[in-house]
Design a protein around this ligand. Structure first.
Ligand SMILES: [Zn+2]
Length: 462
């Protein structure tokens, strides 16, 4: 199957260019021709700015059910999705208790239904690939389902139905946190996260299979949930060929306890076990020492920033420019899905830094778009996606340049317009593997995405 798309404007990695003809053969870009002023006969016309597909490198699909319910004052309006009264979460830790309530309500069927709607929302936002950091493995009391990977497979199927690619980052989550003296066992809502031992996690993980739209990656939930005794080194060896992610230093409390228990920062603890490699991604990396930053940079590990979640949870602002200078590629994630908008994530990296430094110009639009596309895909194990060039996977998305947000700037500044003015609502078309999954703002397989979200989330509340 060969299709030609004519792009009114296209982002070619460093700049926007008008008049591009993109030939797609099967699921890949076969040819990119520049200087094509008019649509060739029979070409599908994409007006606006076409970008490589966006990679959402850090997602917990079920957190979408929390949107709007876990803000101060939310409790006045009713109940948490799980039925419990909200206790006005004022910190990451109290927010986490609300999140655990939602986690308890899910089974493979309801998680499939919710995730399908969430991934369809992502497609509408121009996201063509998601990194799903997955730890809801077992039944509520920790007993495995008949198929011990029923939950992970539900997520893979959901992404397939929504038309996007997925890297399932299946997380080892063995402890319920640590104190200054020891690790705590999993308890209550955490029981379903755990496999008991690292070997049992590996046995289950080994049974997961990738398919066309899906790859299998791995994760350590955090240094709170995995210990030296569980074997970081063995874990890293077993997962050396796949993308491996870990939540890192999102909270100062994690650093404090790690320093007290191990005498080292979380980054150093992991470095001493050979955990940081090129296939590794540190998620958040908010509270780092200069030494931590140097360790991550020396390893060439990726750092995934999730600014809309980090601000929603009052985490802090990670040292993104310092990490870039140290040698870390950056990816972006919507994490808790307070919003799903990679343009907002991208500009927040620069705008947060402006507020902190009270100077401008830390990140260019090109650098931020690279994080949202090419480097995001690479961190999820799709190095041949996220770029508009011959041989790459035919994944791309088109934003309007004639909306109230984007109208006005010259087309040559379309990249800056995308990063600093566009929102997910400006996405008109999304193509994955050469197939148009969003056309004129309409998802092609999930007919009514808002209704699908409302039904799936409402069912958890009932
Ligand atoms: Zn996360």
């Amino acid at each position: 199957m060969q299709v030609t798309y004519w792009l009114e404007n296209a982002w070619l990695g460093t700049h926007a260019e008008p008049g591009i003809a993109l030939t797609v053969a099967d699921d890949r870009i076969a040819e990119v021709r520049t200087g094509v002023e008019r649509p060739p006969a029979g070409a599908a016309v994409l007006r606006g700015l076409t970008l490589p597909g966006l990679a959402n490198a850090h997602s917990h699909a079920f957190h979408r059910a929390l949107r709007g319910t876990a803000q101060i004052g939310s409790e006045a309006g009713g109940q948490a999705p799980a039925g419990g009264r909200l206790s006005a979460p004022t910190s990451f830790w109290s927010w986490r208790d609300v999140m655990y309530g939602v986690a308890q309500a899910l089974d493979p069927d309801s998680y499939f239904t919710l995730a399908r709607a969430v991934y369809a929302e992502m497609a509408l936002a121009g996201i063509t690939c998601v990194g799903e950091f997955h730890y809801l493995h077992h039944q509520g009391d920790g007993t495995p389902y008949g198929n011990p990977n029923a939950m992970g497979e539900a997520l893979i199927a959901a992404a397939g139905e929504a038309g996007i690619r997925i890297t399932l980052l299946d997380a080892a989550y063995l402890h319920g946190g640590f104190t200054r003296t020891s690790y705590r066992p999993l308890e209550g809502p955490q029981l379903r996260f755990g496999d008991g031992t690292a070997d049992r996690w590996y046995d289950r993980w080994s049974q997961l299979k990738g398919e066309g739209h899906a790859k299998i990656g791995a994760a350590v939930h955090s240094v709170r949930a995995f210990s030296d005794r569980d074997g970081y080194r063995v874990f890293a060896e077993r997962t050396a060929e796949v993308p491996t992610h870990v939540h890192l230093s999102e909270q100062t409390a994690e650093n404090d306890a790690c320093l007290a228990l191990h005498g080292r920062t979380p980054t150093r603890l992991l470095a001493d076990s050979g955990f940081w490699q090129r296939n590794t991604t540190a998620v958040h990396a908010t509270h780092l020492t200069a030494g931590d930053t140097a360790l991550l940079g020396a390893a060439g590990s990726t750092v995934c920033m999730c600014p809309t979640t980090e601000r929603d949870l009052a985490d802090g602002i990670g040292p993104a420019p310092q990490l870039r200078r140290a040698g870390c590629p950056m990816s972006l994630g919507s994490d808790s899905h307070a919003v799903i908008d990679l343009f907002e994530e991208a500009r927040a990296v620069e705008l947060n830094e402006r507020l902190r430094a009270r100077t401008r110009g830390h990140w260019t639009a090109a650098q931020l778009l690279r994080a949202a596309t090419e480097d995001g895909h690479a961190s999820l194990g799709w190095p041949d996606a996220g770029k508009l060039e011959a041989g790459a996977l035919a994944d791309f998305t088109t934003i309007a340049l004639d909306s109230v947000r984007t109208a006005g700037p010259p087309a040559r500044l379309a990249g800056e317009t995308a990063v600093f003015a566009a929102t997910a609502a400006d996405v008109r078309h999304t193509v994955v593997g050469g197939r148009q999954i969003v056309r004129d703002g309409q998802h092609q397989s999930v007919q009514d995405v808002p209704a699908a979200l409302a039904d799936a989330i409402g069912a958890l509340r009932d």
